[in-house]
Every structure is written in structure tokens, then in C-alpha cells.
Design a protein around this ligand. Structure first.
Ligand SMILES: Cc1cc2nc3c(=O)[nH]c(=O)nc-3n(C[C@H](O)[C@H](O)[C@H](O)COP(=O)(O)OP(=O)(O)OC[C@H]3O[C@@H](n4cnc5c(N)ncnc54)[C@H](O)[C@@H]3O)c2cc1C
Length: 428
């Protein structure tokens, strides 16, 4: 196929979609590449998990594939002028209750890289119950996520990528069942030879609608993808406190799988806001179409991401407490958001052709850890599109792969969102 006859629709302008468009336009400057997203890339509020005040950037992984990818991404964050302004190499301070720290150190050694030590004393009041080891890696840090996403999107639009602000209702197919593009909620049809879904938490819903409209039930995600929501919260530090925390590392409380997911505390943004994410990752199981139940973000154009229940607030108060103890008791929580991501049973992405239709590809499922790979993940998606992905990654990220027991994956959504919304009266 010549460069000018290649055409790509990428649904979803989060990190998976934008990174893919970036690598495609670099490789095929004359190709037609269209990003379609329900939200304008520079909107004041977006539903993308990738759009956030900040995200942790690290290569501290016990899985060597993500350790390697994290190092690759960090090299770009540190050196490429497109990404570099958004990366803050503050280090990470990780309180581990498993062998995670040693596994990370082993992986760094296997990959011939050094981690670097530091400590600032800010977590003296943290909860160290059952902590086996503390991993301190000076090379990790955080990124101003939303600002970075907007900047890179703007750059690829300058390079020739098109951006359509529209909600996709369903995929469209030709008579042989091959995917030929998308139909928007308004009824417009956009066609391309390749359609890539980078739709995060919404992916299962879109596939359900596409299965219903086409009659091809093989399109459904089933148990492969579960939408999960996590609460985040922020406090604004006073002018007196800010200097003390300005250069703090990212804090992580790591737990054993049966205890739950790790909790994080992110250093202050330029607006002096310290952020946490909570420990409760919830699903939202609803009847998407008659007789079909899936977890999906709440309906409405903004996934109801700003509607926060008292229980969600408590989750953030708990996070504050396990990091700062008495120090954080008087801090006022000012901003909360529920952020939705797509989860697989073991935390691996899906970067794969969809087995139920030619021309259709899936590149998403960040599993609560996908942002940091923004500078590199698109390279792997392009390799997948062209059949060049190494075999181990083809299998690891396949659409059709063995479903492992989600109970072994601490981040897999464990409770229903409705249980986070119920108000229990303690007098009853
Ligand atoms: C609270 C929280 C904290 C996190 N912290 C970190 C962290 O510190 N470090 C890290 O590396 N990762 C982190 N992650 C994970 C990371 O944010 C995600 O894995 C990653 O951003 C997912 O990217 P994505 O492109 O797949 O999806 P998204 O960023 O969610 O993008 C999907 C896009 O698809 C669009 N879309 C969906 N359906 C349609 C449709 N029908 N029509 C049109 N557009 C559509 C949406 O509008 C959205 O823009 C965190 C996630 C959460 C929720």
C-alpha cells in the first residue's frame, strides 16, 4: 500500500491514540490519519484517563517488558523537547509489602541500568505497617499529564493528523464483515482502511453497540475488558508549606494482592496542589443493551466524573492518612474526580488486531498504569498494525489470550460503584 493510500481512523485521543497517530504520521507523512474523540483535545474538561493534572512516570516494574518500555519512555521524557518540559524527575519513594523492590532492582540490573537513591524525610509519619522494604529511585518522577497530552496532540496536528470532535456510536462494516470505519452519534460516516480503537473505559460499550448494529456478536469484548473507576483528590498547600513539598518524590504505598491496589501521593503541581488516588477501584455494571450487562463509565457526556460521594471522599482521606498521618489531618480536600480506565484480567494492554473483523484493531487497556508509556506506546501499535511486533508481545497483548484469575491482579475492579454511592446511616 503506498503511503498516500493508507488511511487510519483512531477513535480516542488519549495517550494510546495520540502516540499511535504520532508514530504513524512520522512514518507515513502523506497518509490520511484521523483522530476522532468526543472531546476537543484542548477542552476545559475531558473524560480521558490520560487527561489529568499529573501522572507517575516510572520504570519501577517487576515485569521486565514494562520496565524496559518505561526506561525507553523515560529516555524520551528526559531528552526530547516535545515531552521534556512536562517531566519532573523528582524520584519515587515506594513502601513495599512484597518482594517488589528486589524484583525491580533485578530488572534494572538485567537491562543494564542504574537506579539512584534519595530520601527527604517527608514520609516519616506514613503508615509502615508490614512494610518489608522501601524502594527509592531517583530517576522516576511525574508528568503534567493533561498539558503534555495537549502539546503532543497540537504537534501532530501540525504534522498533518486530522482531529474530528465527535462521539462514535458504532463501527461500520462492508458486506464481507470487514471494518470500514465509524458512524458518529450524529450519523456521519468516516471511512478508512484501518480503524483503531483507543477508547479506554468506553471500549466495551462501543463494541457492544457495534455488535448489535452489525449482527456480529464476535465483536463483543466479554470478560477481556472491564471499565474501572478510581477516585482522585487534591489539596492546595499553603504558601508556607509549599516549599517543603515542592521537590518531594512521588510516594507509593504498595500492598499484597489480597489487600488491594497500591496508593499514590503525587508532588504538588504548579498550582501547589498535592494529589492522591484512592485504594478502591470499582466497576459500574449496567445493562448496555437489552440482555447485555457490562461495566462501563456512567452515561452522560462527562462520565459523571465530578460527582463524588462521601465514600469516595473517605477513600482519599484514607490515602492522605497513610502517607502523612497527623501532618495531613488539617488539609482541606478541594478537588475530586473519578477517573475511568480499561482493565484486563492481568494488567497487560490489548494491542492487537480484533479477531472478529479485518481492518479493526484495539490499542488500549492502560490498566491504571498506561500513561507513562505515552512517548513509546504508539511505536508498538504501529509494529502491531504492520505485523512486526515481536512474538512475545503479540502474545502478551493479544485480543484472544488466556484470561488469568483477576483476583491475582490487585488493581482489577473489585466492587460495584453503587456500593461507593450508598450512604450508610451509622445509627441504623
Ligand atoms: C486515577 C488514575 C490515575 C492514574 N495514574 C497513572 C499514573 O500515575 N501513571 C500512569 O502511567 N498511568 C496512570 N493511570 C493510567 C492511565 O491514565 C491510563 O492507563 C491511560 O491514560 C489510558 O489511555 P487510553 O488512551 O487508553 O484511554 P483514555 O485516556 O481514557 O482515552 C480514551 C479516549 O477515547 C475517547 N472516547 C471513548 N469512547 C469514544 C467514542 N465512542 N467516541 C469518541 N471518543 C471516544 C475518550 O473521550 C477519551 O479521550 C491512571 C489512571 C487513573 C484512572
Amino acid at each position: 500500500m503506498s503511503s498516500s493510500s493508507r488511511s487510519y481512523i483512531i477513535v480516542g485521543a488519549g495517550v494510546f491514540g495520540v502516540s499511535t497517530a504520532y508514530y504513524l504520521i512520522k512514518k507515513y507523512p502523506d497518509a490520511s490519519i484521523t483522530l476522532v474523540d468526543r472531546d476537543a483535545y484542548d477542552a476545559d474538561s475531558r473524560v480521558a484517563a490520560s487527561w489529568d493534572w499529573n501522572k507517575v512516570v516510572r520504570a519501577d516494574y517487576d515485569d521486565i517488558v514494562y520496565c524496559h518500555m518505561g526506561l525507553e519512555a523515560q529516555d524520551i521524557f528526559e531528552s526530547d523537547p516535545l515531552w521534556q518540559p512536562y517531566f519532573h524527575q523528582t524520584g519515587i519513594y515506594w513502601m513495599c509489602r512484597t518482594d517488589y523492590a528486589q524484583d525491580v532492582i533485578d530488572n534494572y540490573q538485567k537491562l543494564g541500568r542504574k537506579s539512584d537513591l534519595m530520601y527527604g524525610g517527608l514520609f516519616d509519619d506514613a503508615d509502615y505497617t508490614d512494610v518489608k522494604e522501601v524502594l527509592i529511585n531517583k530517576t522516576s518522577g511525574w508528568a503534567a499529564a493533561g498539558d503534555c497530552l495537549v502539546a503532543v496532540t497540537r504537534a501532530i496536528l501540525d504534522m498533518g493528523v486530522k482531529y474530528v470532535t465527535a462521539e462514535v456510536n458504532n463501527l461500520v462494516f462492508d458486506g464481507s464483515g470487514q471494518c470500514t470505519g465509524v458512524r458518529t452519534v450524529k450519523g456521519d460516516i468516516i471511512k478508512a482502511s484501518h480503524t483503531i480503537l483507543s477508547t479506554g473505559a468506553y471500549t466495551s460499550k462501543l463494541l457492544e453497540h457495534s455488535a448489535r448494529s452489525s449482527g456480529n456478536s464476535g465483536l463483543q469484548a466479554g470478560s477481556r475488558i472491564v471499565a474501572g473507576g478510581i477516585t482522585t483528590g487534591m489539596t492546595k498547600l499553603s504558601d508556607e508549606l509549599y516549599p517543603k513539598y515542592a521537590k518531594m518524590p512521588v510516594g507509593v504505598q504498595g500492598y499484597r494482592a489480597e489487600q488491594g491496589p497500591f496508593i499514590g501521593s503525587l508532588p504538588p503541581t504548579k498550582d501547589k496542589e498535592l494529589k492522591w488516588w484512592g485504594q478502591t477501584i470499582f466497576r459500574n455494571t449496567q445493562e448496555v443493551l437489552p440482555g447485555r450487562f457490562i461495566s462501563m463509565p456512567p452515561s452522560g457526556s462527562d462520565y459523571k466524573q465530578w460527582d463524588i460521594s462521601p465514600k469516595m471522599r473517605q477513600d482519599i482521606d484514607h490515602a492522605n492518612n497513610v502517607f502523612y498521618g497527623n501532618r495531613g489531618k488539617t488539609w482541606k480536600m478541594e478537588k475530586h474526580r473519578v477517573c475511568w480506565d480499561a482493565f484486563t484480567s492481568n494488567g497487560d494492554f490489548i494491542i492487537s488486531p480484533h479477531s472478529a473483523s479485518k481492518g479493526l484493531y484495539v490499542a488500549t487497556c492502560g490498566n491504571f498504569h498506561g500513561w507513562k508509556f505515552f512517548p513509546v506506546v504508539g511505536k508498538y501499535v504501529v509494529q502491531m498494525l504492520e505485523g512486526d511486533l515481536p512474538d512475545n508481545l503479540v502474545q502478551k497483548w493479544a485480543w484472544d489470550r488466556e484470561q488469568t484469575d483477576p483476583a491475582l491482579f490487585p488493581d482489577h475492579p473489585r466492587i460495584e460503584m453503587k456500593d461507593m454511592l450508598e450512604q450508610r446511616d451509622s445509627r441504623l
